[in-house]
Write a protein that binds this ligand. Structure first.
Ligand code: SAM
Ligand code: SF4
Ligand code: SF4
Length: 366
């Protein structure tokens, strides 16, 4: 029986409240002020990108006059590895490389190889993965796999070339990104996920074609609600297409059934196709915030730690990494220990985005 028939669509608009309990750190476990463990590290490798997605790096702001980070401000692979090693000792099990466009970073496979060697305090492997726009993936996928990467997420907002060009602000072809996805699939990356940011009236008509394109291929499409991240993308609530609406639309063409409770810390809610041909995910940061399960620490390319995607400044650890100024593990622990952010839940409660300036997504990494 399909979702529609059973009327079990269960995307709640009301945010879940974070549980404000202080838990003491133990080895391999560091908890923040709301009792959330440190589990994930997102590393932005560069603030540059070869795309100009309208919702992330609009062309009129990220133009030739934009002040990108200078080469000497950017962390080396050794510096990133050192920070990651400390983070893993405090509980991080998963590292996602992002940006900007991470594949613009030369010899990225060297870093992937270094990070893949890290071990958790109980000797377990660290999951090293990446989010990429896919434009350079076809030529890089084998090197990434050989360096130890087994999972990957590729962003793709449209199959229609005209819509893709308008949304990505680039002259890349959809075919190039599809080739990258296919290369990853052929090389055995699993899962391969495809991220699609949905904007009302812009790429809504691409949802069903994207689902149809990947259904039965082992690739999982994930639809992301347009977020008010950064300060330049002119976000408006009316452009957000709620995941509940997308679930209904997809279900009416390809019947779905919930994949079960969202596992703790997962950002997406997933649904299986009733015919067993795969699954589809929804990242609903606006209509269904998941702050209560957010275990993500972000490191910017210039060495600042952010404990929320909607932060403004971050804590600078570059000097500690570069010159040994300060106790790196102590800084990391206290940054996480003092964390209390839950921006999306508060936005949900107030019904409006906060007014503070946020750092840009291209700096923080998605
Ligand atoms: N350049 C890479 C890419 O596009 O996959 C990695 C960095 S990008 C900032 C990471 C993810 O953030 C992408 O999947 C992108 O679609 C998503 N993203 C960027 N801006 C967003 C926004 N305003 N709302 C929702 N998702 C956004
Ligand atoms: Fe670049 Fe990714 Fe941002 Fe698009 S979403 S502009 S590809 S960093
Ligand atoms: Fe995590 Fe901040 Fe996003 Fe909430 S708003 S899920 S705390 S990054």
């Amino acid at each position: 029986m399909s979702l529609t028939a059973r009327r079990v669509i269960a995307i709640h608009v009301a945010p879940r409240l974070a549980v404000a309990t202080r838990r003491e750190p133990t080895e391999g476990n560091t908890f923040d002020l709301l009792g959330r463990p440190l589990r994930d590290l997102r590393v932005s490798l560069t603030d540059r990108c070869n795309f100009r997605c309208t919702y992330c790096m609009p062309k009129d702001v990220f133009n030739k006059d934009y002040q990108y980070l200078a080469r000497e401000q950017i962390l080396s692979f050794e510096e990133i590895e050192r920070l990651a090693r400390e983070a893993v000792s405090l509980g991080v099990e998963k590292i996602r490389l992002t940006g900007g466009e991470p594949l613009l970073r030369k010899d990225i496979e060297v870093l992937v190889n270094q990070l893949s060697q890290l071990r958790t305090p109980d000797g377990g492997p660290v999951d090293v993965t990446m989010t990429t726009n896919g434009s350079l993936l076809a030529r890089k996928a084998a090197a990434l796999r050989d360096a130890g990467m087994t999972r990957i997420t590729v962003s793709l907002d449209a199959l229609d070339q005209h819509t893709f060009s308008a949304m990505s602000g680039s002259d890349a072809s959809v075919g190039t990104v599809l080739d990258g996805i296919e290369a990853a699939r052929q090389l055995g990356f699993s899962p391969v996920k495809v991220n699609t940011v949905v904007r009302r009236g812009v790429n809504e008509d691409q949802i069903i074609p994207i689902v149809r394109r990947f259904k039965g291929t082992g690739v999982t499409p994930r639809f992301i609600e347009f977020m008010d991240v950064g300060s330049t993308n002119r976000w408006e609530l009316r452009e957000v297409v709620p995941s509940a609406e997308l679930v209904r639309r997809i279900d009416s063409v390809f019947p779905l059934t919930p994949s079960g409770a969202r596992p703790g810390r997962a950002t997406s809610r997933t649904f299986d196709f009733l015919d067993g041909s795969g699954r589809v995910g929804f990242i609903s940061s606006v209509t269904e915030p998941f702050c209560a399960d957010c275990s993500r620490l972000r490191l910017t390319a210039d060495g600042r730690l952010f404990t929320c995607l909607f932060g403004a400044e971050g804590v600078d650890v570059r000097a500690a990494l570069r010159h040994g100024d300060g106790d790196l593990a102590g800084i990391l622990r206290s940054v996480w220990y003092e964390r209390s952010e839950r921006y999306s839940e508060l936005r949900g409660e107030s019904g409006a985005p906060g007014t503070a300036q946020h750092a840009e997504m291209s700096l923080l990494g998605g």
